[in-house]
Design a protein around this ligand. Structure first.
Ligand code: ASP
Length: 337
């Protein structure tokens, strides 16, 4: 049996041993004394959002183990859901905006705080690859709309139609009533956000999405915005979001999760606290009816955690100890509340 198959088999056996709250060995400093020595976690560790995170994790893992640089490994992983027409929330096959246009957002960030991002990009199947080139080849962090497309074409990307017949059919059905109510987890409208720590303890991450289904033309969510959909500080940890981008932007979600980890919170505790904050800020807001947000986080020690406002959020985890597997995130409330 190949190493890869062994690895996946081990994952299936090892799932029960792991909890969604991650490990609890994060060192806490008090009066200059380390109360708990950090548990040694074998790196790399890769985590990502939702079921489509699993194949993305597997590909990222394969590339990391083959010695590829972190950003290339992330790109390779994210390209899997981007190319899959059955993933209706990312890349090719993603749900369009209310005018029937598929508009894509993506970003990527490395351990030196270099970032690349594209927003409102149309006609390019792999926005994560364009975001990586923004990081590597331009003096900027973010390119948007026509300028992002122009840059992609200059780099040899080909323009193509990303609206699949299935997505077009669903869009036409939506037009019959034209009610904007993005039910995340139900309309399968979920960003893939992926975080990793490599063998040397360096963090990196990326996000890619077609954004909220039936959004207004020109709407950009949290996913391409560094600090909202994704943030990392290589001294501390990394965090990423999924869910209603407007709520994540309003609260600088991922940046805040990282700041709480800096203050000594575990990844799980940090995700939970920011989700609670989002709830408190939105409980009387018009968005509350359909609000879902979820965070994943990974700290410098390789510990991970996740939390969501409403039920239904899960995340993919890959490490040497337990292989590739899915975990259900803990949540504040179920959908009927
Ligand atoms: N965060 C994405 C956005 O608001 C959507 C999602 O993750 O479901 O564009």
């Amino acid at each position: 049996m190949s190493n890869r198959r062994n690895f996946i088999k081990k994952a299936a056996l090892g799932t029960a041993a792991v909890t969604a709250v991650g490990f609890s060995g994060l060192a806490k400093e008090s009066k200059g004394i380390l109360e708990t020595p950090p548990k040694k976690i074998k790196k790399p560790v890769v985590i990502s959002t939702w079921n489509h995170g699993l194949p993305a994790n597997q590909e990222t893992w394969k590339e990391l183990k083959a010695g590829q640089p972190a950003l290339d490994a992330i790109e390779a992983g994210m390209k899997i859901p981007e190319a899959d027409p059955n993933v209706r929330s990312v890349g090719y096959g993603g749900y369009p905006d209310r005018e029937g246009k598929v508009t894509l957002d993506a970003c990527i960030m490395d351990h030196n705080s270099n970032c690349g991002s594209v927003s409102f990009l149309q006609g390019i199947k792999h926005p994560i690859s364009v975001a990586k080139l923004v990081l590597q080849k331009t003096p900027h962090v973010m390119l948007s709309g026509a300028g992002a497309l122009q840059f992609a074409l200059s780099q040899g990307f080909k323009e193509e139609n990303l609206l699949t017949p299935d997505s077009e059919k669903d869009w036409k059905k939506w037009l019959e009533e034209s009610k904007y109510k993005p039910v995340i987890n139900i309309e399968n409208h979920d960003t893939i956000s992926l975080l990793m720590i490599d063998e040397d303890g360096n963090l990196a991450g990326g996000c890619t999405t077609s954004g909220a289904a039936w959004k207004m033309h020109g709407r950009v969510g949290d996913s391409p915005i560094i600090g909202a959909g994704l943030f990392l500080d290589n001294e501390v940890g990394a965090a990423a979001a999924t869910g209603l981008g407007e709520a994540v932007i309003r609260t600088a979600g991922s940046a805040m999760v990282v700041e709480l980890m800096r203050q000594g919170k575990s990844p799980y505790e940090a995700c939970k606290e920011i989700t609670e904050r989002i709830y408190n800020k939105h409980k009387n807001h018009k968005d509350m009816e359909y609000l879902q947000v979820g965070f994943i986080a990974l700290n410098k020690n390789g510990e991970h955690g996740a939390y969501s406002l409403r039920s239904g959020f899960n995340y993919a985890i890959s490490d040497d100890e337990n292989g590739h597997r899915m975990e259900d995130a803990k949540f504040k409330m179920s959908w009927d509340k």
